[in-house]
Write a new protein. Structure first.
Length: 85
């Protein structure tokens, strides 16, 4: 299928299927859903590990599927705020 990728070498195994679904580890959601999660929702997936990896996951989604929105709480992180607590 078009826009289907398996990405290895990251903290979690990542696959993108049909340009819509993104699996990171055991979590499988649409790219749109991944781009909108709250800090609490990401933390509930795998705690601090997930919070640290989430910006990287969005970078990967942007690379393969095109630049997209990021949640507001992540924009605060780029200003030096510690986002994994």
């Amino acid at each position: 299928p078009d826009l289907t990728f398996a990405i290895i070498g990251e903290k979690y195994f990542i696959s993108i299927t049909n340009g819509e679904y993104v699996r990171a580890g055991c979590q499988n959601h649409t790219a749109e859903e991944w781009r909108k999660y709250s800090k609490q929702e990401i933390a509930e997936m795998d705690g601090r590990n997930a919070l640290k990896f989430y910006p990287r996951l969005l970078d990967i989604i942007d690379f393969y599927l095109g630049k997209g929105e990021r949640p507001e709480w992540l924009k605060d992180c780029s200003n030096g705020e510690n986002c994994d607590e």
